[in-house]
Ligand binder design. Structure first.
Ligand SMILES: Nc1ncnc2c1ncn2[C@@H]1O[C@H](COP(=O)(O)OS(=O)(=O)O)[C@@H](OP(=O)(O)O)[C@H]1O
Length: 327
């Protein structure tokens, strides 16, 4: 297969977890067509309604003190991280930063005091949280987070890696309409069927590879895996698991969700309040372009061994092989 022999061989052969770290460092991420921002949704809504924090809701007065987070949503990009953060921050015992601080990847040199300052004030007993989906795929993140707080709770929202890749591509396309098609970007060599795993849209979905890195620092019991698919079809069910994991009372329940047919997603509402539900903005739930079914098929085959390894590592079967379409 020409010059990139060793790497190409890796792309065809699933690795044992112990080999994966090396493989990961050998694969430079191709970010050429990527925008570094993952989540423009909240910023847009804030600007639109002129409010800070809870997207227009009246927030609690600013009492208390700023603390370093006790729980983080570390990924994955396009997994449903914004939906999860917005749902969990409905809980009175959770305070969260609206924007993505990107501390453990881009802003680490600013120091822990900078990070603490980014956090909202909390009262005793309230949990401080933030979400930055790129942490999950940042090599240095587990070590850095561990050195800040080795007992921190980590949450990862995962989604079928094929759909995730298309969602990621759709986001880039919305900002840069001139980029090549998904079908072109997905392959190093389409005739040979060689998937380009250095393309970040594809690389991010090799969850077993990234998880291996986290497990060097954190026990599985400190990591909760939330199904991005179930977060859409049964948000209250997933939120029950999240609240249990965080040691919180189950306050966020079915009553807080309303399926909005126009949006095609669950939206948040306050049960005591009949006002309009809060749906996420236009950048969440974009229409994906139609992708050649043959390419989808090849990608599913590519991810299958990694998905199996991920199910084994987490003890959870996310059922991505059972799905019919790419969604
Ligand atoms: N309730 C609700 N409303 C809207 N969207 C929802 C919801 N729950 C999950 N999702 C899915 O979240 C996907 C975006 O994921 P993230 O928020 O993690 O994206 S980002 O990485 O922060 O940019 C987004 O992906 P796309 O559909 O591809 O746009 C949604 O499918």
């Amino acid at each position: 297969s020409g010059g990139g022999g060793a790497r190409d061989a890796w792309l065809r052969t699933p690795l044992a977890p112990s080999e994966m770290i090396t493989a990961q460092s050998a694969l430079p991420e191709r970010e050429a067509q990527e925008s570094s921002t993952t989540d423009e949704d909240l910023a847009g809504r804030r600007a639109a309604n002129g409010s800070s924090e809870r997207g227009g809701a009246v927030s609690t007065p600013d009492y208390g003190e700023k603390k370093l987070p006790q729980a983080l949503i570390i990924g994955v990009k396009k997994g449903g991280t914004r939906a999860l953060l917005e749902a969990i921050r409905v809980h009175p015992d959770v305070r969260a930063v609206g924007v993505e601080p990107h501390f453990f990847d881009r802003n680490y040199e600013k120091g822990l005091e900078w990070y603490r300052n980014v956090m909202p004030k909390t009262l005793d007993g309230q949990i401080t949280m933030e979400k930055t989906p790129s942490y999950f795929v940042t090599n240095e993140a587990p070590k850095r987070i561990h050195s800040m707080a080795k007992d921190i709770k980590l949450i990862v929202v995962v989604r079928n890696p094929v759909t995730r890749a298309i969602s990621d591509y759709t986001q880039t396309l919305s900002k840069k309409p001139e980029i090549p098609t998904f079908e072109v970007l997905a392959f190093k060599n389409r005739t040979l069927g060689l998937i380009d795993a250095s393309w970040s849209a594809i690389r991010i979905g090799i969850y077993a590879l990234h998880l291996e890195n986290w497990l060097q620092y954190f026990p599985l019991s400190q990591i909760l895996f939330v199904s991005g698919e179930r977060l859409i079809v049964d948000p209250a069910g997933e939120m029950a698991k999240v609240q249990d994991f965080l040691g919180l009372k189950r306050v966020v329940t079915e009553k807080h969700f309303y399926f909005n047919k126009t949006k095609g997603f669950p939206c948040l509402k306050k049960p005591e309040d009949s006002s309009a539900p809060r749906c996420l903005g236009k950048s969440k739930g974009r229409t994906h372009p139609r992708i050649d079914p043959d390419v989808i098929h090849r990608l599913r085959k590519f991810y299958k061994p990694f998905n199996m390894m991920f199910y084994q590592m987490t003890g959870q079967d996310f059922q991505w092989e059972q799905e019919e379409g790419d969604k």
